[in-house]
Design a protein around this ligand. Structure first.
Ligand code: CP
Length: 326
């Protein structure tokens, strides 16, 4: 696994190996000094053409905790404002010989293009409406910690699926991990033929009580070119997850940012069933694990000797952990 472009590129065993490695970084995160030398001397570039709080900050912090040199570029305020193309921007940043580029871009397929142009390992941090594979991994990680296994668990994904890269990646990831999936939302916000991804589709919350996990999605008004819902009030009346609709044994998730009072009520967000804060915490250790794997695989296992000159045991454990990704 030199790049992470689509969650569909990973098998169940590969997802589990990434998450097992994330567990070991969770232990490092509980130490006083939350830093390891794994990527010392390597450069990580984060390149964000769209707004982000969670994903950008989690990859930046993960790179720092791995002792990498971090170059953080946001399109706003960079030479992109002066008309520089994605290809020229990648060529410019490639001059720093990054080991990894983490990219978010409004166009589907942008991460794949960067992987074609750059020598670095590339992590797709969200490309248009296409995919958000690191979000899917951190959501599986969060559920695995709570439920042990996703096998046979019933997960409902509710809301604006049409504009959601998270929905696409999570449907693939949850199905790969053995969950039973239902997608729910107004017909205008559910893509045609979605059942081909192995889920049931419904336009009513009537059967929500069967769900073990309710995964709510943001109404992405910034991506809507026309009116997809009659009004926010009407949308909330039919599809908002609130304390009336959320049962005490059900878990609630949302990738953030939340439109408070639209897809989720304030009470539901702050309820004991809500895993939203845990998702953000998982959002640190999963990028930590991902950067290690893609960078070390990208460098080739022989390059590990340069990273751990005096730590044969540590090197051996990483090599063992990387089996299956090379
Ligand atoms: N979930 C997610 O991608 O959040 P950000 O847009 O804040 O990164």
């Amino acid at each position: 696994m030199r790049h992470l472009l689509s969650i569909g590129d990973l098998s169940k065993a590969e997802i589990e190996a990434i998450l097992d490695r994330a567990e070991s970084f969770a232990e490092v995160g509980r130490r006083d000094i939350k830093k390891v030398p794994t990527l010392r001397g390597r450069t990580v570039v984060t390149l964000f053409y769209e707004s982000s709080t969670r994903t950008s900050s989690s990859f930046e912090l993960a790179a720092k905790r791995l002792s990498a040199d971090l170059v953080s570029v946001k399109a706003a305020g960079s030479s992109v404002d002066k008309g520089e193309s994605l290809k020229d921007t990648v060529a410019t940043l490639s001059a720093y010989e990054p080991a990894a580029i983490v990219i978010r871009h409004p166009h589907a397929g942008a991460a794949q293009l960067v992987a074609n142009w750059a020598d670095a390992s590339v992590v797709n941090a969200g490309d248009g409406k296409h995919e958000h594979p690191s979000q899917a991994l951190l959501d599986v990680y969060t559920l695995r910690r709570r439920l042990g296994s996703l096998e046979g668990k019933r997960i409902w994904i509710v809301g604006d699926v049409l504009h959601s890269r998270v929905a696409r990646s999570n449907l693939i990831a949850f199905r790969t991990m053995g969950a039973e999936l239902t997608v729910c939302g107004p017909p205008a916000l559910i893509p045609r033929g979605l059942e081909q991804l192995g889920c049931a589709v419904t336009h009513s919350l009537d059967g929500l009580g069967e769900a073990d996990v309710v995964y709510a999605l943001r109404l992405q008004r910034e991506r809507m070119r026309e009116s997809f819902v009659p009004s926010l009030r009407e949308y909330a009346a039919h599809f908002q997850i609130d304390s009336r609709r959320l049962g005490p044994r059900q878990l609630l998730m949302h990738p953030g940012p939340v439109n408070r009072g639209v897809e989720l009520s304030g009470e539901a967000i702050d309820s004991p069933q809500s895993l939203i804060a845990e998702q953000v915490a998982s959002g640190l250790v999963v990028p930590w694990s991902l950067l290690v794997i893609v960078v070390l695989v990208g460098l080739g296992v022989s390059a590990l000797a340069g990273i751990y000159p005096a730590r044969v045991a540590a090197r051996q454990s990483i090599v063992t952990g990387l089996k299956g990704f090379e």
